[in-house]
Design a protein around this ligand. Structure first.
Ligand code: SF4
Length: 384
């Protein structure tokens, strides 16, 4: 490891966008999910604990050097610029800049452990790393990581408690679906049982659980099953967060093979929203009180967010108010949203004046359903 450099992985959950990123493992040990294109060209490997600790030291040193240049809330930008320019190479510059951005614009109290499944590390190693983060960054309030359901199910309750005691606060887990049929079809490498057992152990240890659900991933044939079985898992586990990630069949993904063989038919954009609605109707507000969040541009209605014990009626009403709009109004909003419009349909008058007529014309004139879905897909395909 060169001096002044620490490893930076490619991805973190959107809710960790402002966290400092610490690369503990590289790539994904499973790497077989058919919808995922993230690490397909890279082999998984763990990093020696000593190397990760050196990275933590490097980050802490940059933090200290940058904070020495801060007085009464103001940074000496000239000195920061000089320090940046004096870095030995571009990689070191990038690392320095990352710590600076985290300190000045990010969440100074949060660190996310990369990459795809850090929980696969031997618990003793991960505990040593988490404890060292706490030692070198005593100001940190939240340490989080990804963990696959299959991995979580295999970790003992005692090890989860030790991880919690060391300072691990939250685990993000891509459940995607609660249905065994869907999980098998997409090669998730986990079962509903793994999700329930693993999720309960995480929660019992006092670690927050944030799961991801992919409305639409079961395709037309398994839409009801996807909604019902996912709701079942939510009711059993009561995760702290259920994060919606509407499924999009990405060009170049292995899901294309399923579609081309006729085994899989992607749902229409609007039907994926109906699937979210169906899932919400099956959540038991006496068993689940965590938060549904829609923190990704890929979801058609980003405002579908709230606590499962008190906001379900509101969320259903909100979805219904969209689904009962005239079809052309729905189409206008769908297209605007898929083009990146960040608000809901009631703010369509805020669209750029030159964009609005174009959207209205396409919503009116494209009547062929396949052509319409293909148009929406051209936009969503570019989202991560
Ligand atoms: S476990 Fe996550 S990173 Fe790994 S292949 Fe599946 S979706 Fe991709």
């Amino acid at each position: 490891m060169e001096q002044g450099i620490f490893k930076i992985g490619p991805i973190r959950p959107p809710s960790e966008a402002n966290s400092l990123l610490l690369r503990v493992t590289e790539n994904c040990p499973w790497n077989q999910c058919k919808f995922c294109m993230l690490y397909k060209k890279n082999d998984f490997h763990t990093r020696p604990v000593a190397d990760v600790k050196k990275d933590i030291d490097c980050m802490a040193e940059y933090r200290d050097r940058i904070l020495e240049l801060e007085h009464n809330g103001e940074y000496d930008m000239e000195a920061i610029q000089q320090a940046y320019q004096s870095m030995p190479n571009d990689e070191a510059k990038m690392c320095y800049q990352m710590v600076f951005t985290w300190l000045t614009e990010g969440n100074k109290q949060a660190i996310f452990l990369q990459d795809a499944n850090t929980l696969v590390l031997r618990p003793d190693w991960l505990i040593e790393i988490v404890a060292y983060v706490r030692q070198r960054f005593p100001e940190i309030q939240r340490i989080t990581s990804y963990g696959r359901a299959n991995t979580l199910a295999r970790i003992s309750p005692e090890d989860f408690k030790r991880l919690r005691a060391a300072g691990l606060d939250r685990i993000h887990s891509g459940y995607e679906s609660g249905s065994d049929k869907v999980l098998q079809m997409i090669s998730k490498g986990a079962t509903q049982e793994d999700e329930i057992i693993g999720g309960k152990k995480v929660k019992d240890a006092g670690i927050e659980l944030s799961i991801y659900f992919m409305p639409g991933v079961g395709g037309k044939a398994l839409s009801d099953e996807n909604a019902a079985e996912t709701a079942k898992v939510i009711n059993e586990v009561n995760p702290d967060f259920v994060r919606l990630r509407t499924f999009i069949l990405r060009t170049g993904s292995l899901m294309e093979e399923l579609r081309n063989s006729g085994e899989y038919q992607e749902q229409r954009d609007i039907d994926k929203l109906r699937e979210i609605r169906k899932m919400l109707t099956l959540i038991d507000d006496e068993k689940a009180d965590g938060k549904i969040t829609s923190d990704h541009i890929i979801n058609l209605l980003q405002e579908v967010t709230g606590y499962m014990d008190k906001d379900l009626p509101w969320m259903l009403d909100y979805i219904d108010s969209f689904l009962t709009l005239p079809e052309e109004e729905q189409k206008k909003y769908q297209l605007a949203r898929r083009m990146g419009f960040p608000l809901d349909w009631s703010y369509m008058n805020r669209l750029q004046p030159f964009t609005r007529p174009r959207i209205e014309e396409m919503a009116k004139n494209i009547v062929d359903k396949k052509e319409w879905e293909a148009l929406l897909h051209r936009y969503t395909d570019r989202y991560i």
